[in-house]
Structure formats: structure tokens, C-alpha cells
Write a new protein. Structure first.
Length: 287
């Protein structure tokens, strides 16, 4: 696998520190794209989204290229603009978000129903946010295209209830994407919330799917999917900000796995990278 497209929404990020704010750029699939590139610089990682033609859109585009991720297939929409979100972090490192994204240009991704651009890639990486922001008809068209295409699908449900038009659609689309996914990267909390299951039920469901991938379980470390791995994982020595913990795990895991290394190595790389990321504020830590 040489060319990977990460698809979703890149946003302007405001990190709040008391009365001060720091301006940045982030988004779940963009975070993963950056950490994937850092872990496996030999792979071609490109980001696909829609932006406006305003200075903040330019800032996002420049940020993407500055981090080694391709931006050649980002569509610019004159009437569009990027979404904005602010992060507030508790003393324990847990974060809360405030969003301004209803007019985000990324909501117009694949509005024409044409997915031929994706045929140039070996794999696509999607999250639940990538599809939640789309109109339901576009979600269904994307699913139909994926089911006809041989392209490899990497998926993380990353469930955000407020982005979906209904619980029914969220469950149906997410289930269909899990059925299609070649590499599954669910988080235990998201799956419990979305499907009203216990931890054991979530784990049993994914083990029964026999998918390649990992079930993320926070400080306890990942549960290997598809290949049995017995390992213990060290928690982060301190937690400053849990933003992008799951995204960075995905990037480290995928970069290692897609570079030809073992499942055990990929799981450890992903966990260790996430444990490093939570010791910094913001989604993207210094190289």
C-alpha cells in the first residue's frame, strides 16, 4: 500500500488556557494523517476535504503541507469556509468542545456523487465524523461506491452524537462501514455509546467480525483484532490533554502496520504515541 487518502474535515482550533487562546489547525482524520506520515514517511498520505477561499482556509492548506501531507485534492469553494472549534481542558486533562461548523465547506464533500478521485488511491481512511457531516443521501452513495470498489477501507467510528441527524442513521451507516472495513479502529467508549453495549459486548462483536485492526481502550491499551497479541501497555506518566489520543494511536498503528511490521509492533507504536500526545496541549505535538 503506497497511497492513502484521509478524508474528512480540517478545522481551525482554539485551545483555551485560562483567559488566553492559542490558534491552531486540527480535525480527527487530519490528526491521523499527520501522525501516519510521521510514523511512515515513505508512504504517500494525502488529505481530501473542502475549504473556502478565505485566509483561514489558506492557513489550513499551508498547515497540511507543512506537516508533509498532500493537499492537491482539496477542493476550494468560494461560498464556503472552514469550521471552528474551541477546546477547554480540565485539571485532569479531560477536554470539552464548543463547535461552530454548520456552514463548514467540508459538508459539501462529494456533493456531486462522483467518487472517481478515490480510485487513484490504494486505501481510504474515514471516520464517523467524515460521514456524519455529509447529507444522508451522500453517505449512502459513498457506501454504495465503497461496496463496488476493491479499494481498502480503514475506518474509525469516532461517534459524535450531535453531528448525526438521527441515531438510526448513525447506527446503520456505522454498521455498514464496519462490515465493509478492511482495517477497523474502533474506540470502546464510542461503540458503547452508539450501540448501548457493555465493554464485553463491544469486544465480542469485533472479535467475531474477524477484522484486522485494534479496539482502543485508553490507558489499558488496545485489544488486537484479527491476530491474537498478548502484551501489556504502560500508561502515560502524566495527562495534560487527551485531545487526539485516539487519532494519534491510529496514525502510529497504521504507519507501522502499513510499513510491513507486525501487529504487535503496530499496537505498541500506536499506544506509545498516544501516551506521548496526551502529555501535550493540543492535537498536534512537536515533531
Amino acid at each position: 500500500m503506497k497511497r492513502i487518502a484521509c478524508i474528512g474535515e480540517a478545522m481551525i482550533e482554539l485551545s483555551m488556557f485560562g483567559e488566553k487562546a492559542q490558534l491552531g489547525v486540527a480535525g480527527d482524520t487530519l490528526n491521523t494523517a499527520i501522525y501516519l506520515h510521521r510514523t511512515a514517511p515513505g508512504l504517500s498520505v494525502e488529505y481530501i476535504t473542502c475549504l473556502g477561499v478565505d485566509p483561514f482556509s489558506d492557513r489550513i492548506s499551508d498547515f497540511i503541507t507543512d506537516h508533509g501531507v498532500g493537499n492537491e485534492n482539496i477542493q476550494r469553494i468560494a461560498a464556503g469556509s472552514p469550521g471552528l472549534y474551541a477546546i477547554s481542558t480540565s485539571q485532569e486533562g479531560e477536554r470539552s468542545f464548543t463547535y461552530w461548523r454548520n456552514a463548514s465547506a467540508a459538508r459539501q464533500l462529494f456533493a456531486d456523487g462522483n467518487f472517481s478521485l478515490l480510485e487513484t488511491y490504494d486505501a481510504v481512511y474515514l471516520s464517523g465524523i467524515s460521514v456524519a457531516i455529509l447529507p444522508h443521501a451522500v453517505r449512502l452513495s459513498l457506501l454504495a461506491w465503497l461496496n463496488r470498489s476493491p479499494i481498502r477501507l480503514i475506518f474509525d467510528s469516532n461517534y459524535r452524537q450531535q453531528l448525526w441527524d438521527s441515531l438510526k442513521h448513525a447506527q446503520e451507516v456505522t454498521s455498514a462501514l464496519w462490515a465493509r472495513a478492511d482495517i477497523a479502529l474502533p474506540s470502546i467508549d464510542d461503540e458503547m455509546h452508539l450501540f448501548a453495549e457493555t465493554e464485553d459486548q463491544v469486544a465480542s462483536r469485533f472479535v467475531a467480525m474477524a477484522k484486522s485492526g485494534a479496539l482502543k481502550r485508553g490507558v489499558r491499551g488496545p485489544l488486537s483484532l484479527g491476530v491474537e497479541v498478548c502484551a501489556s501497555y504502560q500508561p502515560a506518566p502524566k495527562v495534560v490533554d487527551t485531545t487526539a489520543a485516539g487519532d494519534s494511536f491510529n496514525g502510529g498503528y497504521l504507519g507501522t502496520l502499513l510499513s510491513g511490521k507486525s501487529q504487535a509492533q503496530a499496537l505498541k507504536t500506536g499506544h506509545d504515541l498516544a501516551a506521548q500526545v496526551v502529555q501535550y496541549r493540543g492535537a498536534i505535538i512537536p515533531k
